[in-house]
Design a protein around this ligand. Structure first.
Ligand code: GAL
Length: 401
């Protein structure tokens, strides 16, 4: 039963922004993605290079988050830095990430920490990657190494978007480009490996008092546009639901939503010239967030709390970012008013950052000068910060108590 008088966004709701290590830190030289950028097949347009130099400038980034009036920051720990060689974790790197966690606390920010955000150590790939014999024990050794620095971290995401990682394997195997809109079945071997890694990591993380762990799923909102209910359900199962099923019984599940996938008679209906599209080519569909949280809650039977760990838009027009985010949050408030248990909203992304092969799509609330690394807070960031002070009023009816 929904309490009509309870505020839609309760006290303690997390309002923040997200980043990922490889996309912002710079010089992540031990990772497999760095290898691909610098010694790969040459199909990536840009290199990450110094990225946003957040490896050194994280205190400035945290100051920005605090000064905007947000109360949470999601960032990731880089496995390749913490374990530069198998069996030899780096004390100095652990100290670095511990300082970031303490830096959050000092500023009154809740840290949301991801352990694996797409990148793995280059040495793991050389050993055969995630599906190799020893991969899970390498991952659990990494998790064991970070356990002591996670004291006081209430939210830990084990693996970011396992569904996208497993789909990437199929794409690579079939020589399909990153932006190819065709339907891709995630690689089953990769799915099995990541699911096991997630379960074993959760077991270890349970030893840290007060820590909640879960994984984050890229919710693709498969919608029936001619494919029929059976094929739509099958597609949804393959790319979303099997990963949500793994999250059953977890402390929370991270919801990441940007758009939707229209399942047509002949396969995926790619957004065309008639559709409004974002800078990255995705359909402009801010209702994707509402769809995603409703779908996730329904699939999990309502027993697992949700955390929106990513939502945002690639656009060169900051006014459009505000328009998109307002619509997304209005939809989120609607779902929450209907009883969907959402504990926070973390916008993707804090910074204009390295978008996995390209610097072009700008997702940031804050611009970063690629030469001086100077940060410039955009109006959308101030708008979001202000909204969080009294969201119900800011969103009108949809967010009203
Ligand atoms: C997600 C990913 C992020 C970011 C975002 C925008 O899939 O977790 O790292 O790149 O998409 O494309």
């Amino acid at each position: 039963m929904v309490n009509a008088h309870a505020p839609v966004f309760p006290d303690g709701f997390l309002w923040g922004a997200s980043t990922a290590a490889h996309q912002v830190e710079g010089n992540n030289v031990g990772s497999d993605f760095w290898q691909a950028e610098n010694h790969g097949t040459g199909d990536l347009a840009d290199r990450s290079g110094d990225a946003c130099d957040s490896y050194h400038r994280w205190p400035e980034d945290l100051d920005i988050v605090r000064d905007l009036g947000l109360n949470a920051y999601r960032f990731s720990i880089e496995w390749a830095r913490v374990v530069p060689a198998p069996g030899h974790p780096s004390r100095a790197m652990l100290d670095h990430y511990r300082r970031m966690i303490e830096g959050c606390a000092e500023r009154g920010l809740t840290p949301v920490v991801t352990l694996h955000h797409f990148t793995s150590p280059a040495w793991l790939r050389a050993e055969g990657g995630w599906t190799s014999e020893a991969a899970i024990s390498h991952f659990t050794a990494y998790v064991r190494a970070v356990l002591p620095i996670l004291d006081g971290v209430p939210w830990v995401c084990t693996i970011n978007e396992p569904n996208m990682v497993a789909m990437m394997v199929t794409r690579r195997a079939n020589g399909m480009g990153h932006a190819d809109p065709s339907f891709v079945t995630p690689d089953p071997g990769m799915t099995a490996a990541l699911s096991r890694a997630h379960a074993e990591a959760r077991e270890l993380l349970a030893s840290v008092p007060g820590l909640r762990s879960g994984w984050t799923v890229a919710n693709q909102n498969v919608q029936d546009h001619g494919a029929g209910p059976d094929r739509t359900a099958e597609m949804s199962y393959l790319i979303d639901d099997q990963y949500l099923d793994v999250a059953k019984g977890d402390d929370f599940v991270g919801v990441q939503a940007y758009s939707r996938l229209r399942a047509g008679r002949q396969g995926v209906i790619a957004p065309g010239p008639a559709d409004r599209r974002t800078m990255i080519g995705w359909e402009y569909y801010p209702l994707g967030l509402e769809d995603a949280v409703r779908h996730t809650a329904a699939r999990l039977g309502g027993s697992t709390p949700l955390l929106v760990t990513e939502n945002g838009i690639a656009t060169g027009d900051d006014g459009e970012r505000i328009e998109y985010t307002r619509e997304a949050l209005t939809g989120l408030a609607r779902a929450m008013a209907d009883g969907v248990d959402v504990r926070g909203y973390l916008h993707w992304s804090l910074l204009d950052n390295y978008e996995w092969g390209s610097w072009e799509p700008t997702f940031g609330l804050v611009a970063v000068d690629r030469t001086t690394f100077r940060r410039t807070v955009k109006p959308s960031a101030r708008w979001l910060g202000q909204l969080t002070q009294s969201p119900a009023a800011a969103l009108g009816q949809g967010g009203a108590a």
